[in-house]
Design a protein around this ligand. Structure first.
Ligand SMILES: [Zn+2]
Length: 461
């Protein structure tokens, strides 16, 4: 793993903390890149004086990094209906072409772009474990290690969520040939988790969690046994699952189990605040209340859900209930945090024919979107929730250029509102992860190497 020198003290003229905005603050960072203190102070006493408005980096709670290689390949209208299911065929074709080297190269490129788009941590929902036909690599964790190596090269924090994927559909339907590279049984899956636990043990940049792919791809007995296995490991990390993205999978679930995916899951398993339900798109009011009672995070991926024609999650209803939510870049067609937040709000507006739906009365919607997505994202990683910087977090900072023309005469929440809805790339001047600068003046520090690696792989085809 790359080592780097951590800057110890930062001066921020304007800093978003969990308690609100603070002016003229000093943020102290320990040798491992974690925030040890936040206090009023002066620039002259600090190692680095940040020039602008300083906010925590966004958490990306759902990514499939390799899917960045699908950009530009899924727009051709077929002769029948185009939907999530036809897109999935294109994705499977891409999977078949990816070597471990390619997975690493495209992931590093994607992570570099995510950093430039305002994300400093990514939860990687990683299901591409094996070779074509399901042939195992010599190291069962080969592709997982490639993802971590890519994250290291880009300098982004990653919570790796290896995926348990055993069946093609409800009733333990056998996997298709194209799905064999995803396959794990419970025993091989638990062994993979143990391997990753060792690797991530002493890292502040890497963490891991658990991801049964979906109720259709994992059986009831597997889920129950997984819960027992995790309890024996005293596992306290995050658990993510795809839940109700498509109406077809909801119908199949009702046909097989006699209940929708959300009802079935919450009824059968001890679901709690460490669970993140990805794409709870098709839920009714009663299911939202059940999710709120269980205190889960709703994992929302607005641009992917739009791209795939999934539907619109009732986010304003969910927020009204006090439900936690965060954003993910999912297919990574879009790698920009502000764009996800903007489209989350716009989807609600288009549906409800009202404005500023995801803000409480008296609050600016852009700022509320950012702070709530941050808090929900932290919860989705099983970290303490916060709506700004707090002691104990990794020192992941975004510096917004307060001298940008569109920021002039604005301050605090207005800055966030302008950034999210204007969406201009050069408003974000610096990105820091764990007290190290990874993006300076819009350029990634390892851009040359990361770009060269992926270009060479594309040329070699
Ligand atoms: Zn996904």
């Amino acid at each position: 793993m790359a080592s780097w020198t951590v800057v110890k003290t930062f001066f921020a003229p304007s800093l978003l903390t969990d308690q609100g905005w603070c002016s003229a603050s000093v943020l102290s960072v320990d040798a491992e890149g974690m925030i040890s203190n936040i206090a009023p102070g002066a620039s002259k006493d600090c190692d680095v004086s940040l020039q602008g408005v300083v906010i925590p980096g966004m958490i990306n709670l759902h990514s499939h990094a390799f899917q960045r290689s699908l950009v530009g390949k899924t727009g051709l209208r077929g002769s029948g209906d185009d939907s999530f299911w036809s897109w999935r065929q294109a994705m499977y074709q891409q999977v078949a072409q990816l070597s471990p080297e390619a997975i690493e190269a495209v992931s590093a490129y994607c992570y570099m772009e995510l950093l430039k788009g305002g994300y400093t941590t990514v939860a990687e929902f990683h299901y591409l474990h094996h070779q074509k036909g399901g042939v195992h690599y010599a190291n069962p964790a080969e592709t997982s290690m490639r993802v971590l190596t890519a994250a290291d090269a880009a300098g982004i924090g990653v919570t790796l969520l290896p995926v348990l994927y055993s069946w093609a559909g409800f009733g333990q339907q056998p996997l298709t040939e194209q799905q064999l590279p995803f396959r794990h049984d419970l025993n091989s899956y638990l062994r993979l988790l143990a391997q990753l636990d060792q690797y991530c043990e002493n890292s502040k940049l890497f963490d891991w969690g658990v991801a049964p792919h979906s109720i259709r791809a994992v059986s009831e007995s597997q889920l129950q046994e997984l819960m027992v296995g995790l309890a024996q490991l005293n596992f306290k990390g995050p658990i993510h699952i795809h839940i109700a993205e498509q109406q077809r999978e909801v119908k199949d679930c009702v046909d097989y189990y006699g209940a929708s995916p959300v009802r079935w899951l919450l009824d059968k398993l001890p679901v709690n605040d460490r669970w993140c339900l990805i794409h709870a798109t098709h839920v009714d009011s009663q299911e939202l209340k059940m999710m709120r009672t269980a205190d889960v995070v709703a994992g929302l991926c607005p641009t992917t859900e739009a791209d795939l024609g999934d539907g619109i999650f009732p986010a304003s209803q969910w927020q009204h209930l006090g439900g936690a939510w965060g954003i993910g870049s999912d297919s990574n067609l879009c790698v920009n945090a502000t764009e996800e937040l903007r489209w989350l709000e716009y989807g609600q507006r288009l549906q409800d024919q009202q404005r500023n739906l995801l803000a409480a009365p008296g609050q600016l919607v852009g700022a509320e979107l950012y702070k709530n997505a941050l808090a929900g994202g932290l919860q989705a990683l099983a970290k303490p929730k916060a709506r700004g910087f707090a002691v104990g977090q990794r020192a992941d900072m975004l510096v917004l250029d307060q001298e940008h023309t569109l920021f002039l005469n604005k301050e605090k929440d207005q800055i966030l509102d302008a950034w999210i809805f204007a969406g201009v790339q050069d408003m974000l001047s610096q990105v820091w992860v764990g007290g190290r600068c990874v993006v300076e003046a819009g350029e990634h520090i390892n851009a040359g190497r990361i770009e060269t690696d992926w270009r060479q792989l594309l040329k070699s085809k």
